[in-house]
Ligand binder design. Structure first.
Ligand code: PEP
Ligand code: MG
Length: 573
């Protein structure tokens, strides 16, 4: 038995045999010299294979559109653009005549060159593009070599997919009901494989490093997508633990199902609204399944991370899909929170010394009013289909909020000028995720319709701890008294000003922390859908008075560890 650690990319656990998905041609690319007379015929073989690859991609694009939505289909538009790229064609022709080698080896070496260039970038977005190049080249080579591609759609037994990486086309085509878990050597939490695994509710551990070659086919594996652990060939003890965890999960799930349609309240009936955070429109299905009271945070930037900037129509459709699926429940769409760790080179982002303190979120949008207005028009148009609110991220001063509201008004006028149906008034609020916003929340409350506290960033900026740096991860704790004081200050200010206040950071997904937050005065929390039942279940067992007493005690504490052990002692699920 062996254990490996990786990135907990999609929650849940699974036990099943390993199914190796090696769609790797690298060891069998033929390489031979050609004469100059053969250049033209080799080049036309390349053009033919490209056309065949395009036909495949068009089919995949339609399937993705039907099953996963517009923004995932857009990945394949990017692939089609690559297949049509005249520069790549020119480059292949030039290399054929300069090196006089067969077209397969020319394409293979061109791919290596493009990938090496992109891989040396520190930028996760650029690294993700490697996946797209690999996907397209693999498809062309498949046609040149007349190979059948291994098709994940044909799997007819329950398995855990083990791969070096999974490409967007693999995720879309796979027989999802048969895939119990996913393990990959590379990939991160924001890779398409991770986003789609979460949307399809398949437990996944990504980025475990090189291990695929040491494991035999059909070896039993346990994938623990909650902890980011993979157990290879588990022994009796590990199997027993997994089975116990599995039955516990089933029991919890059926207990959770029984409270699914109950309104979330404290034991004594105080209503607490539990909403869902989503990244892609398909996640709205799990929000409904887990009984969310609405969408508290739609991280719209994920629509922009698929390799191209979506236009107004594509965005409108994505927002409308979510709004309609939620019926009369409210949907809060956060405007583009790009920058920091989510970089889009096509917007001209420069390498910044401190990207998290730099050209991010609202700062980016205010400097690109065209992009901002396009998004606002799309949201406004979608808002006539339900109860929609707009939320601006990373507001750090009143000036930004005033300017953002001005641009929102312009977007409204633009829609009206085109006789497009938009509401006369839409609620516009802000994330409180920078200490200056919390400290000046009384000033901001005059121009904001609501606040939503983003504890992930608020903790990062208050404690000067990069939330993505594992070396200082132990310091990133929202139970730190400094963060708790800012949270309390924001809640108190909002209540005084008579505006709504909620919280959408990861903190709210921890049931015991949720009790504390209710005790501090919050009546609305937003979290990943899967966390809703556990939070609801604990809230149903605690009175408002108990929650308030908990908050009173915690606010006297001097360290996050003291607060954490108090909560752990008091509230165990
Ligand atoms: C936050 O910062 O707490 C938040 C919810 O926003 P994100 O995690 O998308 O930065
Ligand atoms: Mg944030």
């Amino acid at each position: 038995m062996r254990e490996l650690r990786g990135i907990a990319a999609s929650p849940g656990t699974a036990l099943a045999p390993a199914y190796f998905f090696f769609d790797d041609y690298s060891s069998s690319i033929p390489s031979f010299s050609i004469s100059s007379e053969d250049v033209a015929s080799e080049f036309s073989r390349f053009l033919e294979a490209t056309e065949e690859a395009k036909a495949d991609v068009i089919v995949l694009r339609d399937k993705a559109l039907k099953e996963a939505g517009e923004e995932h289909a857009a990945i394949f538009d990017a692939h089609l653009m690559m297949l049509d790229d005249p520069e790549i064609k020119e480059s292949v022709e030039l290399r054929l005549s300069s090196f006089l080698l067969n077209v397969e080896s020319i394409i293979f070496s061109l791919e290596r060159e493009m990938i090496d260039k992109l891989s040396s970038s520190q930028d996760p977005y650029m690294q993700e593009r490697v996946t797209d190049i690999h996907d397209v080249v693999r498809r062309i080579l498949g046609h040149l070599l007349h190979r059948e591609r291994i098709d994940l759609a044909d799997i007819d037994m329950d398995v855990i997919i083990v791969a070096r990486e999974l490409l967007p086309s693999d995720m879309i085509t796979m027989a999802r009901e048969r895939i119990k878990g996913i393990v990959t050597e590379s990939g991160g939490r924001t890779s398409h494989a991770a986003i789609l695994a979460r949307a399809f509710q398949i437990p996944a551990v990504l980025g475990v490093g090189a291990f695929v070659s040491d494991v035999k086919a059909l070896t039993p594996l346990i994938v623990d997508g909650d902890r980011g652990v993979v157990v290879i060939d588990p022994d009796g003890e590990a199997l027993k633990k997994e089975r116990a965890a599995h039955s516990m999960r089933i029991r919890k799930e059926s207990a959770f199902k029984s409270i699914r349609d109950l309104p979330a309240t404290t034991k004594d009936g105080e209503r607490i609204f539990l909403k869902a955070n989503i990244e892609v429109p398909e996640e709205v299905r799990s929000a409904v399944e887990y009984g969310a009271d609405g969408i508290g945070l739609f991280r719209s930037e994920f629509l922009f991370l698929g390799g191209h900037i979506p236009g107004e129509e594509a965005q409108f459709k994505a927002y409308k899909q979510v709004v309609e699926a939620m019926g009369d429940k409210p949907v809060t769409i956060r405007t583009l929170d790009i920058g920091g760790d989510k970089v889009l080179p096509e917007f001209g982002a420069q390498d910044e010394k401190n990207p998290l303190l730099g050209w991010r979120a609202i700062r980016f949008c205010l400097s690109k009013p065209e992009i901002f207005r396009t998004q606002l028009r799309a949201i406004l148009r979608a808002s006539v289909y339900g109860d929609v609110r707009i939320m601006f991220p990373m507001i750090s001063a009143l000036g930004e909020l005033v300017e953002a509201r001005g641009i929102l008004e312009q977007a409204q006028w633009e829609c009206k000028a085109k006789s497009l149906r938009v509401p006369d008034h839409i609620k516009a609020g802000i994330m409180i995720e920078v200490p200056s916003a919390a400290l000046c929340s009384d000033i901001l409350a005059r121009s904001a319709d609501f606040f939503s506290i983003g504890t992930n960033d608020l903790t990062q900026y208050t404690l000067a701890v990069d939330r993505g740096n594992e070396k200082v991860a132990y310091l990133h704790n929202p139970l730190d008294p400094a963060v708790l004081r800012l949270i309390k200050m924001t809640i108190d200010t909002a209540r005084k000003a008579g505006i709504e206040v909620s919280l959408c950071g990861e903190m709210g997904a921890d049931p015991a922390a949720a009790v504390l937050l209710v005790g501090l005065g919050l009546r609305e929390l937003s979290m990943s859908s899967v966390s809703i039942p556990a939070v609801k279940s604990l809230l149903l067992s605690v009175t408002l008075k108990e929650a308030q007493q908990t908050a009173e005690v915690i606010m006297t504490m001097t360290s996050p560890s003291e607060a954490a052990s108090f909560l752990a002692d008091r509230f165990t699920l």
